[in-house]
Write a protein that binds this ligand. Structure first.
Ligand code: ZN
Ligand code: ZN
Length: 114
């Protein structure tokens, strides 16, 4: 697990982010794990994308060539705003949908045997 996190953190290209996440320890328990956060691949915003999104965490426009993550619900936030948020909360700041991977899969419970 320790090693998985190191591997995932190595995929970050935004300077200082993995260091930032490592400073979040001890994990608060209510948010997503680094592995779950890493499901939302960071990307550099393109000029056309930049005009369409406002980061509702810092209430600022997301400019071109800023690092951002887009959640499953389609909302986009600055990487440096979203990551600390998701370590504390498991939901999208905009639409409050849970971003836990388990919440997306929702397997049907097998009938009880006893
Ligand atoms: Zn922001
Ligand atoms: Zn959302």
């Amino acid at each position: 697990m320790e090693q998985d996190f190191a591997q995932l953190a190595a995929q970050y290209t935004a300077a200082g982010l993995s260091m930032y996440l490592s400073l979040q320890a001890p994990w608060l328990g209510d948010g997503l794990t680094p592995g779950e956060i890493c499901r939302f691949t960071p990307h550099l915003t393109s000029p056309s994308e930049a005009d369409r999104h406002t980061c509702s965490i810092c209430i600022s426009a997301i400019l071109a060539s800023e690092w951002a993550r887009t959640l499953d619900c389609g909302h986009t936030f600055h990487l440096q705003c979203l990551d600390p948020w998701l370590t504390r909360q498991d939901m999208c700041p905009n639409c409050k949908r849970s971003m836990r991977s388990s919440a997306l899969e929702q397997p049907l419970l097998p009938p009880a045997e006893s």
